[in-house]
Design a protein around this ligand. Sequence first.
Ligand SMILES: NC(=O)c1ccc[n+]([C@@H]2O[C@H](COP(=O)([O-])OP(=O)(O)OC[C@H]3O[C@@H](n4cnc5c(N)ncnc54)[C@H](OP(=O)(O)O)[C@@H]3O)[C@@H](O)[C@H]2O)c1
Length: 254
Amino acid sequence: MKKTALITGATSGLGYEFVQLLAKDQYDLIVVARNEEQLVKIQAKFPKVNVTSIAKDLSKTNAVKELVAEISEKQLHVDVLINNAGFGLLGKFDELNVAKQLEMIQLNITALTELTHAFLPEMKKQNSGKIMNVASTAAFQPGPMMAVYYATKAYVLSFSEALVEELAGTGVTVTTLCPGATKTNFGAVANVEQTKMFSKAMDASTVAVIGYQGMQQGKRVVITGSSNKVVAVAAKFLPRSATAKIAKYVAGDK
Ligand SMILES: NC(=O)c1ccc[n+]([C@@H]2O[C@H](COP(=O)([O-])OP(=O)(O)OC[C@H]3O[C@@H](n4cnc5c(N)ncnc54)[C@H](OP(=O)(O)O)[C@@H]3O)[C@@H](O)[C@H]2O)c1
C-alpha cells in the first residue's frame, strides 16, 4: 500500500530536498509551509504522486489543530512525519525582537511537539511509522548570539531521544537530524551568512540524503558531515562554558 509523508517547511531548503527524495520513493505527500504559491508549484512538479498542499503558518497558536483537522477531513493517513520547518535569528537575546523569538519557540518547539502528539497514537496502533525531527548541531551546546535558537534545538534533541526510549518495540522510529551550517534560505533568514559558522556550509541535497537514509534506517541521531560530528563529540567532553565561548566565536564575522 502507498505510504504518505507529511513534511513541514516543504517549500525550500532541506524540506524541499526531502520532498524530492520521498516523491522518488513513491510516497504520497502532504506539504506544509506558509507560501501557498510555492506549495502549488510543488504539486505540479510531482505528477506521479498525490501531493496535498496545506498552507499554514505553524507559528500561529491554532495552526496545528487546523492542519490536523484538514488532514483528517481529507481522510489522509500519515506514515512518515518530518518536522522540518524552523528558523533562527542572530543577535543578543535582549536586543532581538521578543515577539519574533517567541514565534521561533512556537514553530521550532511547540508545533513540532503538537504534530508529533497528533500523529504518534495512530502510528503506534499500526505498529509502524517514522518521525524525523530536524534539530541542529546547535542542540549540543549553549549558543550565545542565537540563545533562543540553540535552546529550541536542544529541546528537539532531548524530546526526540526520550521518545525513542518510550517507543522501543512499537515499530515506530524517531530520528533526530542534526545538520551543521547548510546552504538553504536559513542563512539569510537568520542573518548568519557572513558569520564564521557559515564559512563551510554543506549542500542541502547532501544533508537531506544523509538525513533521509538515517530516518529510513530508523537511526536515533544523525549528524551530517565529519566536522559536525567532531563538534558533537567535543561538546560531550568540554565544559559548557568553553563550548558556549566557541559558539559565540563562530557567530562572529568571517
Ligand atoms: N540551513 C542550516 O544551516 C541549518 C542547520 C541546522 C539546522 N537547520 C534546520 O533545518 C530546518 C529547515 O531549514 P532550512 O535550512 O531548510 O531553511 P529554509 O530554506 O529557510 O526553509 C525553511 C522552511 O520552513 C518554512 N517555514 C518557515 N516559517 C514557517 C512557519 N511559520 N510556518 C510554516 N512553515 C514555515 C519555510 O517556508 P515558508 O517561508 O513558505 O513558510 C521553508 O519551507 C530548520 O528547522 C532549521 O532550523 C538548518
